[in-house]
Design a binder for this molecule. Sequence first.
Ligand code: SIN
Length: 326
Amino acid sequence: MQVVFVKKIQKVVVLGTGGTIAGTAANASEQVAYTAAQVGVAQLTAALPGLDAALAGRQLVVEQVAQLDSKDMDHATWQLLARRCAHWLAQADVDALVITHGTDTIEETAWFLQAVLQPSKPVVMVCAMRPASSNEADGPQNLHDALVVSAQPLAAGVSVVCAGVIHNARHVQKVHPYRLDAFSSGDAGPLGWIQADQVRWLSAPQAAPVSTGTLAEQVTRTAVNQWPVVEVVLSHAGASRRPVDALVQAGVAGLVVAASGNGTVHHEVQAALLDAQRRGVHVRRSTRCQEGPMVGNSSPWPDMDGLSPLKARISLMLELLAESEV
Ligand code: SIN
């Protein structure tokens, strides 16, 4: 008897959420006045030059999870996205996910998905600075690059691909409102580059610890209006205690202070945060500097392991959710 092994075709799943990569303007030369989130992800992938090469023998599956300008990203959409990612990542014949997203909050969604799912398979997020209707659109090249990265044996966890650069979810930040290469990973540097379909890793992505799935289950199951409310407050010249007091009054569970320099906080804000802490509010500290973590710790509040204030907000919210009874 002859035994024939039939190799199953693996899949890459592209999930659409909107953004400029799916945006349109009134004419092809318009790069600034456009509406984000107009073109479906099926249309974006169908129009992609070099799609077969980028798929590298994998079958393409597309799903429109949301269609929004990422300035309006919300917890309900995050929850839905986490559910769909968890669903696809659990399929043995799915190799990787690619997620199209707006640039404005992609770093937050990337960190949320990394923290919640800790995927060992690659989840490559991709965006664009020019709308799909532009005669100089960057979206097709970025999407092609993201598919190339998603097929890499070394790829793992959540990354962001833009302008030929691969960034780690933990370090990536949008640092420019207009230029095509709008992202930086600060001191940590990028994970690598994509050049003519070749990936040059600068540092290999860390294989994620095997997730117990407990947090993912809690995040996907708990109604978003039950998620702990965590806000960011800014320490700045001329700051007052008013924003902190108002937030405490409104019933926040946690506050992240975006501190100046190496974690310093305006004395008025500091006094308000200490009062908030005495009233049971969880306080964390992060620097508003864009490059590099704080060093030493002379503050009453723990820092968040080098996370930006926006990502620290997500981590504290997840930490409090994990501890909660809901
Ligand atoms: C958005 O973030 O959805 C709009 C801006 C962009 O994608 O560049």
